[in-house]
Design a binder for this molecule. Structure first.
Ligand SMILES: [Zn+2]
Length: 95
């Protein structure tokens, strides 16, 4: 029988929920998305694959991505707020 932690989630799941400041491109897998939302309201969902194709290195912290991103809508650079939307797919750590 599995045990729930105080938040009511399986403790094995909380391991996957890394804080943004500790999340690098290498931590993202298929099904995980980076949501980038500009102050102008323009939002985009980026896949790890797309970021890699754009030349983002594996060790790049997701939190620091906005410094390199420019909004396609208002053309402002560094006005983007990013967050990670973890996919539901089960994935072993270190894979
Ligand atoms: Zn914008």
């Amino acid at each position: 029988m599995r045990h729930l932690d105080e938040d009511g989630r399986f403790s094995s799941l909380s391991v996957r929920m890394r804080p943004l400041y500790d999340t690098r491109l290498a931590d993202l897998g298929p099904g995980d998305l980076v949501e980038a939302e500009c102050v102008c309201g323009h939002a985009e969902l980026l896949t790890a694959e797309l970021l890699r194709m754009a030349g983002v290195p594996e060790h790049q912290k997701i939190e620091e991505l906005p410094a390199y991103m420019r909004c396609q809508e208002c053309d402002e650079r560094g006005k983007v707020v990013v967050s990670v939307k973890w996919g539901n797919g089960e994935r072993s750590l270190g894979n």
